[in-house]
Ligand binder design. Structure first.
Ligand code: PEP
Ligand code: MG
Length: 316
């Protein structure tokens, strides 16, 4: 099916309603790219590259130890390219590797993965990349080749960031690999409460965008394991503390002119999306199957905001 441009005339169905708040889509695998683009989404708010890597059944270190770096780069590059090609001219935010060590354990090379008591709080995301320069450079080299090929819609998002120094160090790695860092979009996930609390420092550090990873942000804010069924009932996306963190981060990003989005599961829930639009989020990214409903929710919420504003202004 052909991709639908958001600039296309409004003709059929809710997927073509134009909204001020961008409605993007989450993509896990290149195989889903065409279906994701057919929703008419305004871009990709999250491409999780660990699925591409986990699908190879080998750890990044395996490729490095066996001098098969080029193979790793080609696999990653070809997978990301499929998604970029499905969204021409629309932003595609690719997230750097974020797999907990236990997910690598059974793969080739997995025996050298550290055994961690709590992998969710362990060696993953930007922490692992900053401590594993070779692994990080393979990813950066892949992104650089894509930018060199002209894919300027590619943006890179760092997961599990808790302090601006991590963003600054990551950016330096890109710079020393020859990337023109001031002219590409580098941003962060807000999924550790610390990063929401000191979001102003990230804005000052030059993030181009931020996206709420609510799956983790919720679990770390209210100490509810997202994968533990004993506490599933207490996993509460709209817990006031979660909303307070999100609210202050949206305000700080908007004041700093930084795009602020959501790519956690809560971004596929109409109730949460209504709240987010009311609180000024600039884009949302949802699952493929939720796009039509979320676009409609965003449109209705925006209409309500406009109507309420007009009523107030004109004393109606
Ligand atoms: C999140 O934490 O909300 C997120 C999008 O990342 P993941 O679910 O991959 O941890
Ligand atoms: Mg996460």
């Amino acid at each position: 099916q052909e991709a639908v441009s958001s600039a296309a005339p409004v003709v059929v169905g809710s997927s073509k309603i134009i909204t001020a708040t961008s409605v993007k889509v989450n993509v896990s695998m290149p195989e889903a790219a065409a279906r994701a683009a057919a929703t008419g989404a305004d871009g990709v708010g999250l491409l999780r590259i660990e699925h591409l890597i986990l699908g190879l059944n080998k750890t990044p270190n395996w490729f490095i130890d066996n001098h098969r770096e080029e193979e790793f780069i080609q696999e990653l590059l070809n997978g990301i390219k499929v998604v970029l090609d499905a969204f021409p001219g629309k932003p595609v935010w690719v997230r750097t590797l974020d797999a907990p060590t236990d997910e690598f354990r059974n793969m080739q090379g997995g025996k050298s993965e550290p055994i961690e008591h709590n992998p969710m709080l362990g060696w993953r995301g930007i922490r692992r990349d900053l401590q594993s320069p070779k692994q990080f450079r393979l990813q950066i080299e892949t992104f650089k080749r894509l930018w060199d090929l002209g894919y300027d819609n590619l943006g890179i998002m760092f997961p599990m960031v808790s302090h601006p120094n991590e963003f600054i160090k990551a950016k330096e790695e890109f710079k020393s690999a020859g990337v023109d860092v001031e002219n590409v979009d580098l941003g962060i996930m807000i999924e550790i409460p610390a990063s929401a609390v000191i979001i102003e420092d990230f804005v000052r550090a030059g993030i181009k965008f931020a996206s709420f990873g609510t799956n983790d942000l919720i679990q770390y804010t209210i100490a509810i394991d997202r994968n533990n069924e004993n506490v599933t009932d207490m996993y509460w996306p709209k817990h006031p503390a979660v909303l307070a963190l999100i609210d202050r981060a949206i305000k700080a990003c908007r004041e700093g002119g930084v795009e602020v989005s959501i790519c956690g599961q809560a971004g596929s829930e109409p109730d949460m999306v209504t709240w987010l639009v009311q609180h000024g989020i600039t884009s949302v990214s949802s699952n493929i199957d939720a796009i039509a409903k979320i676009r409609e929710t965003v449109a209705r919420t925006e209409q309500r905001i406009i109507l309420e504003g007009a009523r107030k202004n004109y004393g109606l």
